[in-house]
Design a protein around this ligand. Structure first.
Ligand SMILES: Nc1ncnc2c1ncn2[C@@H]1O[C@H](COP(=O)(O)OP(=O)(O)OP(=O)(O)O)[C@@H](O)[C@H]1O
Ligand SMILES: O=C(CO)[C@H](O)[C@H](O)COP(=O)(O)O
Length: 403
């Protein structure tokens, strides 16, 4: 990203934004520069940031209910791109934003139009579209995608209030995570790739108990009541978004232990849409075949109840998909290399990269099962998609500027 003064706007095929103290950020394309210059709307003290067309922001959407592992997934994803993800420096300590060298993750809770008291007064949950400002969400995600900085509101989860906005500059990759990234068609159409974390009720309950009882001191009864209270709106507004996702990570109780609902051993399915540009689904052994594989034996240590992989074609909400499934958990993470070497299209840059990533983040929840494995693979696929998109934009800069 190049920072220019008003007298040196020479960049071709760029989108620029003007930043003035206490003023909204204005965006314009290179051809409009003449208009602004002749109309003297640009003052000497303005800062003009120009983003070359091939640097434009790639936008990823991640949808899930609260407490379903979005933050954990985000930490795995940003780690794939390297560098630590931190809240904006010197900003609001309760900011929900995480920034690293390549990525900015914004939480869509920041687009709640009603604060905690407002929702109570209106009798709506945060999942209800009425409690969210989709017009602003669309305008701001669109602006960032075009290389224009925005002043995004902040929803403060500590106070339950809407705090003064924070400046979000266009990153290389913007991740919008939260309850509604695919709800509004205008926002959905801005996404270059979308993911839905589909956690079954039993597992969601087990994870909520683990976090909210152990870490937040909530009672079992209050956790049950909160899940029940959210369920109608979850079913109406959040769950239907999975039909639009390019990849769904579905987390279910294991089938290896009959009647198990503890949520400790998990069956995880990675559902990958066919025909998505720059995204080739992962496969096991033979693309398009139906495979069942129990890798336990000489090369993989498995204690009870073992590990089972499945792979094959299927349909999901009328779309052709490939599904990779893992039931069970790893005893020894270093042996994951055996499984990795049988998977194809995983978009690694070197042999064993999935295993290396999993070992590096082995203390993250889900590192010994399909949640961690598939989140890592999706992270690598997003890196690959980003690199392909940027290469395509660099090859056709004029076209990208007009889009
Ligand atoms: N893959 C996993 N395996 C086991 N437990 C998990 C996994 N992912 C998340 N959890 C549990 O769920 C809790 C919530 O995870 P996380 O904070 O990542 O979710 P979230 O969707 O970001 O939540 P929120 O929206 O409420 O902030 C964690 O504290 C952890 O206990
Ligand atoms: O579903 C949620 C998304 O994280 C939260 O419940 C919602 O954002 C409201 O937050 P809070 O409970 O802190 O007022």
């Amino acid at each position: 990203m190049a920072v220019c003064t008003v007298y040196t706007i020479q960049t071709l095929n760029s989108t620029c934004s003007i930043s003035k103290p206490n003023k909204t950020h204005l965006g314009f394309h290179q051809k409009q520069v003449v208009f602004y210059r002749t109309s003297k709307k640009i003052k000497k003290q303005s800062t003009i940031t120009c983003t070359a067309a091939n640097e434009k922001t790639v936008v990823i959407g991640l949808a899930a209910d609260s407490g379903c592992g979005k933050s954990t997934f985000m930490r795995r994803l940003t780690n794939v791109f390297g560098g630590a993800a931190e809240p904006p420096k010197g900003g609001n300590p309760d900011s929900n934003t995480l920034i690293s060298d390549m990525t900015t993750v914004i939480c869509l809770d920041d687009y709640h139009s009603l604060d905690r008291t407002g929702r109570k007064k209106e009798g709506v949950t945060a999942l209800d579209p009425k409690a969210n400002d989709f017009d602003l969400m669309y305008e701001q995600v669109k602006a960032i995608k075009e290389g224009i900085a925005v002043d995004k509101p902040i929803y403060n989860h500590v106070s339950g209030l809407l705090d003064p906005p924070e400046l979000i500059k266009p990153p290389k990759i913007l991740v919008i995570e939260g309850l509604h990234p695919m709800f509004d068609q205008r926002v959905r159409d801005l996404l270059d790739f979308s993911i839905y974390l589909d956690i079954s009720n039993d597992v969601k309950f087990a994870w909520k108990i683990q976090r909210d009882m152990a870490e937040r001191g909530h009672s079992l009864e209050s956790i049950k009541a909160s899940i029940e209270a959210r369920k109608p709106d979850f079913d109406a507004y959040i769950d239907p978004q999975k039909q639009y996702a390019d990849a769904v990570i579905e987390v279910l109780p294991t089938q290896l232990i009959p009647g198990d609902n503890e949520g400790k051993v998990l069956r995880v399915r990675l559902i990958m849409k066919e025909g998505v540009k720059y995204f080739n689904p992962v496969y096991l052994f033979d693309e398009g075949s139906t495979i069942n594989w129990i890798p336990c034996g000489r090369k993989l240590t498995c204690s009870y109840p073992g590990i089972k992989f499945s792979y094959g074609p299927d349909t999901y909400f009328g779309h052709e998909v490939s599904v990779l499934e893992m039931d069970g958990q790893f005893d020894r993470l270093d042996e994951l290399i055996y499984v990795e070497s049988h998977l194809s299209n995983i978009s690694t840059k070197f042999y064993g990269e999935v295993t290396q990533q999993m070992l590096k983040l082995s203390d993250f929840p889900g590192s010994n099962n399909g949640t961690g494995l598939f989140q890592t693979i999706v992270g690598l696929k997003i890196r690959d998609l980003y690199e392909q998109l940027i290469a395509a934009k660099a090859a056709a800069p004029l076209q990208a500027t007009k889009a």
